[in-house]
Design a protein around this ligand. Structure first.
Ligand SMILES: O=P(O)(O)O[C@H]1O[C@H](CO)[C@@H](O)[C@H]1O
Ligand SMILES: O=c1cc[nH]c(=O)[nH]1
Length: 290
């Protein structure tokens, strides 16, 4: 059955609704960045750029790096945007744009999606300037309330533990990322567990003019521990997208990894003076590993 026009939405030129891309535009290896201006910081390393397309906050450059075809796409901020980007990237390879039907299982393509983003550290031993690869992501956002994500026993228990510690009305979701791509792209980086927050200020414990409902929120994040057969689980850093990536990546069957340039440390109260350098170094390191 074709997917109705109101659900799989194509623009007049046949491109997918928000990303504005046609299936030929995309490659199987995709770097994603939050900031639209960061796309050019990635594609400046390419030997050649074949496509540049943008709509809203979604900027895409596709080109060749050392002979390999790579796309870089900006997502904007938040897991609501990750819902758009991952569903549309998947549609570009796994839905037939003519028949509007999902491709049969044996024809499905697995994308390699690598987030290159900034992040704040929660623990004092994660220094500014570090590159951290996410093993587990914990989502404080509501995206997975709407999908049948299957979590392992450990993931459910971590989420329940965080719910109790933070006295939340709901259980956060927890998703371990894809081990192979994490080990390959993240080799030599710090490995951590990333908390994905539905906001930059209150949900990350920042106080400007508004007080927090829980004044000790940051302490609760920092002190959370879960003991399992695999060892001690702690939250190392936070940002605003990774749990959405890992949840959707697992359900859609793509290899997804989140790389974090640590630009703030909430235990020491510091913000990096050379955040751009940390991000640029992470971009260069990532391109050499794809
Ligand atoms: O640097 P990016 O990739 O945007 O990632 C982080 O920075 C933004 C907040 O400043 C959020 O998107 C957060 O996840
Ligand atoms: O503290 C930080 C830094 C970058 N991005 C975030 O979401 N939080």
């Amino acid at each position: 059955m074709p997917i109705p026009d109101s659900e799989f939405i194509l623009n007049r030129d046949g491109s997918v609704y928000h990303l504005n891309l046609l299936p030929d535009h995309i490659s199987e290896t995709i770097l994603t960045v939050g900031d639209p201006d960061r796309v050019a910081l990635v594609s400046q390393h390419f030997d050649s750029i074949e496509t540049q397309i943008n709509k809203r906050e979604f900027v895409t450059h596709v080109g060749y790096y050392k002979g390999k075809r790579i796309a870089v796409v900006s997502t904007g901020i938040g897991t609501d945007n990750i819902d758009i980007v991952l569903n549309e990237l998947d549609a570009l390879v796994n839905i037939d744009f003519v028949t509007r039907e999902p491709r049969p299982v044996e024809e499905r393509i697995t994308l390699r999606i690598i987030r290159v983003g900034t992040s704040g550290a929660l623990q004092p031993d994660i220094p500014l300037g570090a590159h951290l690869v996410t093993e587990h992501a914990v989502g404080l956002d509501a995206l997975m309330q709407f999908y049948p994500l299957v979590e392992t026993g450990l993931e459910v228990e971590v989420g329940a533990g965080i719910q109790k510690a933070l006295q939340l009305d709901y259980r956060p979701y927890c998703v371990r990322g894809h081990d192979l791509i994490r080990e390959q792209i993240g080799a030599g980086m710090l490995t951590g567990n990333t908390l994905t927050c539905p906001g930059f200020y209150g949900p990350q414990g920042r106080v400007l003019r508004l007080d927090l409902r829980q004044p000790d929120l940051i302490k609760q994040f920092q002190n959370f521990r879960y003991e399992s057969a695999e060892g001690e689980f702690r939250l190392t850093n936070f940002e605003m997208e990774t749990a959405g990536y890992y949840g959707l990546g697992r359900m859609l069957g793509h290899e997804v990894v989140s790389l974090n340039a640590i630009v703030a440390n909430r235990a020491t109260g510091e913000f990096a003076t050379n955040a751009e350098q940390t991000v640029n170094d992470l971009i260069a390191k990532t391109l050499d590993r794809v």
